[in-house]
Ligand binder design. Sequence first.
Ligand SMILES: Cc1cc2nc3c(=O)[nH]c(=O)nc-3n(C[C@H](O)[C@H](O)[C@H](O)COP(=O)(O)OP(=O)(O)OC[C@H]3O[C@@H](n4cnc5c(N)ncnc54)[C@H](O)[C@@H]3O)c2cc1C
Length: 466
Amino acid sequence: MHTPSQAVVIGGGISGLSCAYGLRQLGIPVLLLEQASRVGGVIESVEQDGFLFELGPQSFSPTDTLLEIIAALGLSDALLRADPRAPRYILKSKRLQPVPMSPPALLTTSLLSASAKWRLLTEAFRRTRPPAEDESVADFVRRKFGVELLETLVAPFVSGVYAGDPEKLSLRSAFPTAHQWELKFGSVIRGAMKSRAPKQKPRPSLCSFRDGMAALCRALGLHMGDALRCGVSATSISRSKADGKSSFELRVSHHGRAEVLTAQAVIVTTDPHSARRLLASVSPRFGSTLAQIGFAPVAVVAAGYRREQIGHPANGFGFLVPRSEGLRLLGSVWNSSLFPGRAPEGTVCFTCFAGGATDPELCLLSEDQIADIVTGELAGVLKINGPPVTRLVRRYPRALPQYNLGHGKIMAAFSDLVASVPGLFLTGNYLEGPSIGACVEQGFRAAHSVRRYLTSTDEASREATV
Ligand SMILES: Cc1cc2nc3c(=O)[nH]c(=O)nc-3n(C[C@H](O)[C@H](O)[C@H](O)COP(=O)(O)OP(=O)(O)OC[C@H]3O[C@@H](n4cnc5c(N)ncnc54)[C@H](O)[C@@H]3O)c2cc1C
């Protein structure tokens, strides 16, 4: 048996890395276990045939905490910011049309009919109160803005963020700000105007790194030094006592070799499916609670082309596809237009997404079948001649957590359950937001909770021995 660690973090995705980093900043000795041979979880940048492909997240919104970590890790010079004015497109009637990003653009866009524009622009004058019960994103948008806005703009946006189904997603869990604005101001537009950042603050732009998104995780992993153990899979957690204090025993497997570790605090940052297995012996209630959290499967197809193959300029962020267009493609990010160094001279690269909560069967197809469907549909949209020069496919059976109707109640039951096991903490993208920024904030909050717990148990045991 190993010497007891104060804290063991299980899972080296961005949630676990940021929690372990936060614990070190707070002066708490920590061990971070990751089952794969690399850290990052779904954050994965791969070089292939001179292209830099992103197989998970494509970019992130820089929060203050993220920018502080990036500076502390010496990564500021490698940070790339996308042009905030880069146009985004929606496919409508088989044509890419720019998403209106300002009130004048909204007036002139051909994406929406005159009546849909009128309903949107006058929403500020129709004060409403949200219903007492949980409401779906689709019901909310139909009630406030009408069905056209839902189908043309909101549903594609929802698939871009959650790969989700707006009929199932809970507004207050998935988009709490919109719910709060209606609650506080009676109107989403009024809420957005009142909450606008002061003029001098530059508009936040999407970021990545010179060497891709994985650079942040690699740097966080290096910062951990010997406290990071890759290739180590936690197999079970059980409660025990060490030196009269409540603690945990962790069974782990390293290249097929079993080991037992002990820790005063354990922070589980894996996906809920793995967490259920790990926590089965702590309480069977974890299984039933975590099983209620749904996930959407997503297929990612990254593809590189010679510039002359593409009939569309493809300058901008990329495009989203409303379901009414009859494609299986959910959207595409134009990586080489957003950030430098993604494609060799004279070539371009795109990342496409398909599947999601509205087309889960797609991810059951083979990688080649998915790539053929997706690149075929992309070719139609961007007028591409011939197959990609190189491509890479990744299927995620559980890509993104679905904050569906009832998520708030599941989370309340979940917090009570976690609180009933002193020294156990859980954090991850299924709790309070799936974005990288949200995962980092949650990881830091978990680190602070661990410190409070360890300080209070130390004080209690000191008092007990006086
Ligand atoms: C396709 C895709 C596109 C996305 N696009 C964006 C985007 O553009 N911008 C954005 O902000 N967010 C995006 N997201 C969301 C964001 O990337 C994720 O929510 C976030 O990275 C999840 O991090 P995590 O650490 O919570 O989970 P994960 O990345 O899943 O990490 C969990 C880790 O736990 C490890 N693990 C599991 N079980 C064990 C075990 N028993 N023992 C040890 N280790 C274990 C896993 O190997 C994994 O490394 C995207 C997500 C996906 C899937």
